[in-house]
Design a protein around this ligand. Structure first.
Ligand SMILES: [Zn+2]
Length: 189
């Protein structure tokens, strides 16, 4: 019985430390800069979705209420996520863009997510998943996609269903690549 208590206590410790940002205390600062016509009622829950996704892989996402000053995001190794509408950007293909080899800048096109607008809850969840996908590109530091999970190039109907209930996860290989990318980002002088 004592052993059971020890195991339970150990599991609780792991759960607690993961919720706080993982055993290694990994915290990722994220600046989200939406275009003025993107509803905050969508952006707020989307940010929570991102936070939930990353807490599952031991990374605590912290949002900053103020925009980064010149060079600040780079120094903080933060992510800057701009949510644009097609009105203020040239119409190009793709739902979002990341810079895996440069590291911190992401652009998400809100109008490409808006098809789900009949269901605002789904729209915000989907936006959160798109943001999480792009952030992972930058964290991994390589341009690649997976056959399964959040890092799949195109989600299928089955994956959209899992997104609806917040159950689409990173493939274990992607979690490993995020870990490797994190180590190399933080090992830089
Ligand atoms: Zn991608």
């Amino acid at each position: 019985m004592k052993l059971v208590f020890i195991v339970v206590a150990a599991l609780l410790t792991i759960a607690t430390s993961t919720a706080k940002g993982g055993p290694a205390g990994r915290t990722l600062k994220v600046y989200v800069i939406p275009a003025p016509d993107v509803p905050m009622t969508i952006v707020g829950p989307a940010k929570e979705t991102v936070r939930k996704i990353y807490s599952r892989v031991g990374i605590l996402v912290q949002y900053s209420p103020v925009f980064p000053k010149g060079g600040q995001a780079h120094r903080e190794m933060a992510m800057v996520v701009r949510i644009s509408t097609d009105c203020d950007e040239p119409p190009q293909g793709g739902i979002a863009v990341a810079q895996p080899y440069e590291g911190s800048w992401i652009q998400v096109r809100y109008n490409r997510v808006k098809w789900a607008a009949k269901n605002p809850v789904f729209t915000s969840t989907l936006l959160g998943y798109v943001m999480a996908h792009e952030i992972a590109h930058n964290l991994q530091g390589i341009a690649r996609h997976s056959d399964t999970g959040i890092m799949k190039a195109r989600w299928s109907a089955e994956e959209y269903t899992r997104i609806t209930v917040h159950e689409l996860r990173f493939d274990p290989h992607d979690v490993h690549l995020i870990d490797l990318g994190w180590q190399s980002r933080h090992a830089r002088p």
